[in-house]
Design a protein around this ligand. Structure first.
Ligand SMILES: C[S@@+](CC[C@H](N)C(=O)[O-])C[C@H]1O[C@@H](n2cnc3c(N)ncnc32)[C@H](O)[C@@H]1O
Length: 232
């Protein structure tokens, strides 16, 4: 698939419905300062999406995470998996500032951060450039009239599948049962994706520490559903 494949046009329509609402929220002075100071080292602009590997210390298989929130899980994975490069994408400024501060403090050099719409960034990436894509606890948009905002949709999967390497992996998790069912159905029907767990949910992956939103879901009495698909 080329970068401007027709399949991407629906998901990238200028007036498309986005999967987030940008709320500034509270940003600490340290996070705001980190956004300025650490961006040259850790930040990846949309204009670099065509050659993400050049922004890392060395080329390595790329793990892309969309919607990392506070970034704890992203940092945890990058630290334990130095053989791969980690790129986290998040629209929420405090989370981006926080993750860059933590990466600097821990001396993690296989982690980079983009602060933009992950869909737009993905569209600008070359075909077959991603080893693994992780999307954990995407906003559930629980009201029926908001379901169109859910990130995991057929048009998004078409875009993503073209960017995954053959054999590449898509890992999803949610604590909302109806979103999990929807994910399983649309991933199951997506051309080029196969369920590595047979026809149901996958076991909880070792690659995830308990995330903020996972813990919140469990505290509410929700079950957690994991999905593990491969690019075939
Ligand atoms: C419910 S939170 C989950 C955060 C984290 N993965 C966790 O498990 O704690 C979803 C996050 O996805 C981000 N998000 C939603 N749509 C996005 C998009 N298109 N691009 C980048 N980030 C997005 C939101 O800003 C939010 O921080």
């Amino acid at each position: 698939m080329s970068q401007n494949a027709p399949e991407a046009s629906a998901v990238l329509h200028p007036r498309r419905v986005r999967s987030f609402v940008l709320r500034e929220g509270r940003i600490t002075p340290a996070q705001a300062q980190a956004l300025e100071r650490l961006w040259p080292q850790y930040g990846v602009g949309l204009d670099s999406a065509g050659d993400v590997q050049a922004r890392f210390v060395r080329p390595a298989p790329l793990v892309l995470e969309i919607g990392f929130g506070n970034g704890e899980a992203t940092l945890w994975r990058a630290q334990r998996d130095p053989e791969r490069n980690y790129l986290g994408i998040e629209v929420h400024r405090p989370g981006v500032g926080r993750l860059m501060r933590r990466a600097e403090a821990e001396g993690v050099d296989n982690l980079r951060v983009a602060r933009c719409d992950g869909v737009e960034f993905l569209a600008a990436m070359p075909a077959q450039s991603i080893d693994t894509c992780i999307i954990e606890f995407p906003d559930p948009w629980t009201k029926k009239r908001h379901h169109k905002r859910r990130l995991i949709r057929p048009d998004f999967l078409t875009l993503l599948t073209g960017k995954l390497m053959h054999g590449g992996r898509l890992q999803l998790a949610t604590d909302w049962a109806d979103y999990a069912e929807h994910m399983l159905a649309v991933c199951g029907e997506a051309p080029g994706l196969a369920n590595a767990a047979g026809d149901g949910y996958a076991p909880r992956p070792d690659s995830r520490p308990p995330t903020h939103f996972e813990q919140r879901g469990i505290a509410r009495g929700h079950d957690v559903f994991d999905l593990d698909f491969r690019r075939v």
